[in-house]
Design a binder for this molecule. Sequence first.
Ligand SMILES: [Zn+2]
Ligand SMILES: [Zn+2]
Length: 310
Amino acid sequence: MKCARCNKRAEIELKYSGEFLCGNCFIRLFEKRVRRNIRSNRLLKPTDKTAVALSGGKDSTVVLHILNDLHKRAPRSELIAISIDQGMGKFQEKSLNAAKAICKKLGVKQYVYSFGEEFGLTMDEIVERSKRLKNPAPACSYCGVLRRKLLNDKARELGITKIATGHNLDDEIQSSLMNFIRGDLDRIARMGAIAGVIKNEKFIPRIKPLRECPEEEVRVYAGLKRIEFETSRCPYSEDAFRRTIREVIDRIEERHPGSKFQILKSTDRLISILRSETRPGEIGRCRICGDLTSGDLCKACQIKREFGLD
Ligand SMILES: [Zn+2]
Ligand SMILES: [Zn+2]
């Protein structure tokens, strides 16, 4: 089989377009898709000081590589990495080591902050303690909220103007469908290539350069570019609802290639309709930390209170 674009030997089949591509043409297509997302959604300005939220896994590692290439061509921009040590046993150690090695290799300055030092409890301890709660939430939701809070607070202290995350197409459409099924359209309105568009001095905009890239293609890209990352998985099981949605979407894609892109397209239309038709709800400030929240306390402060950390 020959590459559809250059006639070299094809290595990759894109089921959704029926194309066969060689490694080089695939790399070009992948990078073009990321750059188009950055450009058309205005994710970055030439003067941005960007922090990549770097876990050491494939997605955030690929983001760091691509943004580092762009940064070299934008002399007024700055790029750093922030890694969070959530305190999750051996897995944490391995992924932090991988993150450290990548930063060293690329010459990117890395900052590491830990749950243990900043909140007084590691994720391992939070999961242990949550077993004693009446209605414990899935580990992912504690971890996600606290991680976002720590990233945002530290990025602000460092004078960061954008936080780049590794969210790929699969992550994004899973969240979209989950919110849709839960009836949480307000949350869909807050999704998008730049999350949290509300202008606020306490909130650093989060950008998702890989939002239009299927997870499988991120993996293929990392392999072709010989980008090293940590492959082991988080010890805490994935949110059960997300797992179901992932399986359903994967099955639909298998039988109807191209569906994943269509779900993203529908999500984007929905986001723009929702944003134009609904007024943002009353937004107040968290009584403890001052972050924006619709309630009395923000999610992170609620969790801290639940575990007696405030
Ligand atoms: Zn080719
Ligand atoms: Zn708060």
